[in-house]
Design a protein around this ligand. Sequence first.
Ligand code: PLP
Length: 358
Amino acid sequence: MLKKTIAQLDPYIPETPLADLEKETGVAKITRLSANENPFGTSPAVKQAIQNFDFTTTRLYPDGDANALRQAVAVKLSVDPEQLLFGCGLDEVIELTARTFLEVGDEVVEPWPTFGEYKLHCQIEGANIVDVPVLDDGTFDLQGLIAAITPKTKLMWLCNPNNPTGTYMPLADLRNLLKQVPKHVLVMIDEAYMEFVTQENGSAIQLLNEFDNIVVMRTFSKIYGLAAMRVGYAIIPKALISAMQAVRLPYNLNSVSQVAALAALKDTTFVAGMRQKVATARDQFERFFDQAGITYDQSQANFIFFKAPQVNDLHQYLLQHGYLLRNGLKPGWLRLTFGSSDENAAIQALMNRFYATK
Ligand SMILES: *Cc1c(COP(=O)(O)O)cnc(C)c1O
């Protein structure tokens, strides 16, 4: 009965609700540092906007074009509002991309490790994924990515900064790579973490006028701290936008989410504060890992990927002491979302204690 492609699918496992996990483990309070959520919450302007939401409109379908949000995002990024496609989270944009472009037997190129949803949705469509392992320092193998392209390749996924490695590909490298990608390949550039980058202004939005086979994707879930509201979007080439809009569900973005995202977008002070706090945490963890002799990838995101001796024991130890990290993305490695400075200090103390007794 099932589609062939679904029978052997490796599903994306969502995070267990914290209350359930606390019950399961018997740990009184668990802080989740496994999902790259914002430990500092959400802009207070969002709370205000939701409180002001006009409840007489709940019986009406939402604005299917998310017009207020669309205009605001377009102005902020200096892009054509017509080129914006909104999704119920960036997850939906990823699904929509696979649904719109892929047929059975098509090929898709991605670095490995990277965000698991790309592969999942490509597999559902029956496409073949070509994983190109990252280099020893976690950065993309640019030559390998180009070499993996064949006449059958339809899509290339590039997450920048990459999840889970956190590594950042400078704009100049991206431009060089794109120059070598044939025009029949659509390059999906996932910038879920771009707002955390402090190294340079590296958004591929600056390349939209140079290449008509690139899509840039963003989300409100990470730096804006709005994961619960499910708002992501992409800037789509003009030649492709109407096809993608036709595949999209007409009311995919609910009214409250539209209001919340608009308020979040306007609070630039909140975002700037997050960028600063995360940059500080990054520096601090790099120093900590250097001192501890622990290998890590150079991150420009709100998380860090490190090679943890006795990885499963450490993961379990931290969980028992109230901190959930992400295990299983690459054997021997853990991904840690930066927490508040107190949480970060507590984790470092726990890791010191764990390794001192080993
Ligand atoms: C979190 C994440 C997303 C999904 O974001 P949502 O908008 O919450 O669906 C997409 N891409 C990457 C790389 C992510 O880490």
